[in-house]
Design a protein around this ligand. Structure first.
Ligand SMILES: [Zn+2]
Length: 360
């Protein structure tokens, strides 16, 4: 399809407030609780909505104790605001739950799969290995991170094996999404979990690669990579295969260096979210981002997505370069202008991240 006919929305589907403050996120100086995003994407294709990762959902907001492990509730302490769930933000855009026909999951961790139950009619795409790891629950960590309580959509899962598949910008065994009217591919980025995948979307101006939890801190993609001590430790705590995790981080850095048009971002970095979304990570999507298809939904046309293709008239400028919201009163705003801990204006230094092993 023509990739310039996609509209892509960046949604932070509930922030995490990890213990550690500055040591975790690299910018919070006034609290022991830092800030992490749950960066999700909503893609409007000509015939459906595709949600990429779901963050936390309504049921997590209403009853977190039954769905999120107590250790992660204490460690990450998600800021459970209903208006930040994917479903509520999608409704702000003028759509309904049933308009989301496809969900692509990078992996099944509790902070990515919590919104599944809010889209009971969606087909859920993921790598087969992730489904097996999550359902086997072989280790204590697996039982803490994978929460079957969040999987009301299990009978609609569509899994992809990586023993076949093509190549994509040097990455192998990638799988293209089936039955979706857009160029969306799952790129295996194994390491954080055994079935972890990035999701790449072709736009007119170049590929967008959501790397999910393949890395956690924007500077890990720099040519001289570095990470906050807290996020480096958290990644080690959660990893299922260190060698592959570090190898895939290196390959992502190489891809970014080699392709100036590609935009690579991860799930939990506030700076990356605010740069791409053009608004504070604390605010839900702007209703001004509603497109023509959403207008038809508001008008009561129940088959909106079938006929949306004839009515889409995409604003290229807005799709590629979202405007910034005016700052909210009381909102400290994006942390982009604050000095980094490794900034020359700061005395703190972030140590270099682990080097990948020499060979696999
Ligand atoms: Zn995560």
């Amino acid at each position: 399809m023509e990739s310039d006919r996609l509209r892509i929305h960046h949604l932070n589907c509930i922030s995490g407030c990890p213990l550690g403050g500055l040591v975790m996120d690299g910018f919070t100086k006034t609290s022991l609780r830092g800030r992490l995003t749950s960066h999700c994407l909503l893609v409007e294709t000509p015939d459906s909505l595709v949600l990429i990762d779901t963050g936390y959902g309504l049921r997590d907001v209403v009853n977190p104790r039954s769905r999120i492990h107590p250790i992660f509730r204490a460690l990450i302490r998600p800021e459970l605001r209903e208006e930040m769930t994917a479903i509520r933000q999608i409704e702000r855009l003028g759509f309904r739950a049933r308009d989301v026909r496809h969900i692509v999951l990078s992996h099944l961790d509790f902070d990515h799969a919590g919104g599944l139950d809010d889209f009971p009619e969606a087909t859920v795409h993921m790598l087969g290995e992730e489904m097996r790891s999550a359902t086997e629950q072989a280790t204590l960590l697996d039982r803490m991170r994978y929460r079957p309580q969040q999987w009301g959509t299990r009978h609609q899962w569509r899994t992809y094996e990586v023993d076949s598949g093509g190549t994509w910008l040097g990455f192998e065994r990638v799988r293209e999404l089936s039955n979706v009217d857009a160029d969306i591919v799952m790129v295996p980025l194994i390491g954080h979990t055994l079935g972890h995948a990035g999701v790449a979307i072709r736009r007119a101006e170049g590929w967008l690669l959501y790397a999910a939890d393949a890395y956690f801190y924007h500077a890990e993609m720099d040519s001289s990579p570095r990470c906050t001590p807290g996020l480096a430790a958290y990644q080690r705590l959660m990893e299922k295969d260190r060698a592959l995790r570090l190898l895939n981080q290196r390959r992502l850095r190489e891809l970014r260096a080699a392709d100036s048009k590609i935009s690579i971002f991860c799930a939990h970095d506030v700076r990356e979210f605010e740069r791409l979304a053009g608004r504070s990570h604390r605010t839900p999507v702007d209703t001004a981002d509603r497109g023509p298809a959403a207008s038809r939904v508001r008008g009561g046309d129940s088959d909106i997505m079938q006929s949306a293709a004839q009515h889409f008239d995409f604003d290229r400028e807005r799709a590629s370069d979202p405007p910034s919201d005016p700052p909210n009163p009381g909102d400290p705003g994006p942390p982009i202008l604050e000095p980094m801990p490794d900034d020359p204006r700061s005395n703190r230094k972030i140590p270099p991240i682990d080097k990948p092993p020499p060979a696999l």
